[in-house]
Design a protein around this ligand. Sequence first.
Ligand SMILES: Cc1cc2nc3c(=O)[nH]c(=O)nc-3n(C[C@H](O)[C@H](O)[C@H](O)COP(=O)(O)OP(=O)(O)OC[C@H]3O[C@@H](n4cnc5c(N)ncnc54)[C@H](O)[C@@H]3O)c2cc1C
Length: 289
Amino acid sequence: MYPAAFEYHAPTSVKEALGLLGKHKDDAKLLAGGHSLIPMMKLRLAQPKHLIDLRKVPGLTGIKQDGNMLAIGAMTTHWEVESSALVKSKLAVLSEVAALIGDPAVRNRGTVGGSLAHADPAADYPAAVIALGAEMVCEGAKGRRTVKVDDWFKGLMATAVGEDEILVEVRVPVLPASTGAAYLKFPHPASRFAVVGVAAAVTLDSKGACSKASVGITGAGTKAVRAKGVEAGCNGKKLDAAAIEAAAQKAAEGVDVQADLQGSVEYKSHLCRVFAKRALTEAVKRAGG
Ligand SMILES: Cc1cc2nc3c(=O)[nH]c(=O)nc-3n(C[C@H](O)[C@H](O)[C@H](O)COP(=O)(O)OP(=O)(O)OC[C@H]3O[C@@H](n4cnc5c(N)ncnc54)[C@H](O)[C@@H]3O)c2cc1C
């Protein structure tokens, strides 16, 4: 399949890219790594008349520490996240998430910002950024604003980024002391997308009980969600095998699980419980529990 005809733009600043977005509005689409948008254009599920390529815009790549946050430029590739010494030392789970995405070709072109702006319901980062409490920085003509992750995912491939905005940075807190985090998924055998994936971050208090649990689920429904039942089931408890099992049983509660080509509602709900248990068990182990 060939995409519908479009005009290609290669701006060299965020300001220029925003000007093009403002001028062409609904007729324009931003291009990052192209690993979601180009297939959609070839299938004619997306037919932008103007394609605004962000690859020549400086300042949108790279990973740096800013206080207790890792600031990741939106155009940073999955491979850069996977291989970054800074991410490995401060937030190893994010490097592990990136390493589970697709194959080397996808990881060398696809970007963090592209994944989080596209918000594929089976993508990996969404579960992780929910569990880790990330923030998304969007830039528009009037300046920058920061969106907390709980306000980011709005629905099927819909996020809080405005049509006249660019997601420029993803800010992820480094793990606090006595905290462990893990992401585990049941991968689709062909694409490696998550049939269901669960990320968990667990903080233990001085007595070894859970003082904070944060759990994100991807793949189950139309968007990634916070597993509030699991979190409530963990908080204040000593997370031994029985407590983890009990909390994980709540993984599909309050989640609008959808049947699709990968599985029925019952099967995907089961995967939510199984992977919540596995992710929590690993997170507690990493927290020192
Ligand atoms: C074979 C294959 C296997 C894959 N497997 C996985 C997997 O296992 N797990 C997984 O999570 N993903 C997987 N992906 C998806 C991959 O991670 C993509 O890289 C990602 O979904 C989109 O990132 P991108 O940079 O390619 O964005 P693009 O395709 O360029 O853009 C995607 C969408 O986001 C918008 N956009 C991009 N950047 C910005 C921005 N900075 N601000 C605002 N809007 C923006 C675009 O306009 C477009 O609508 C796979 C893809 C392929 C082709």
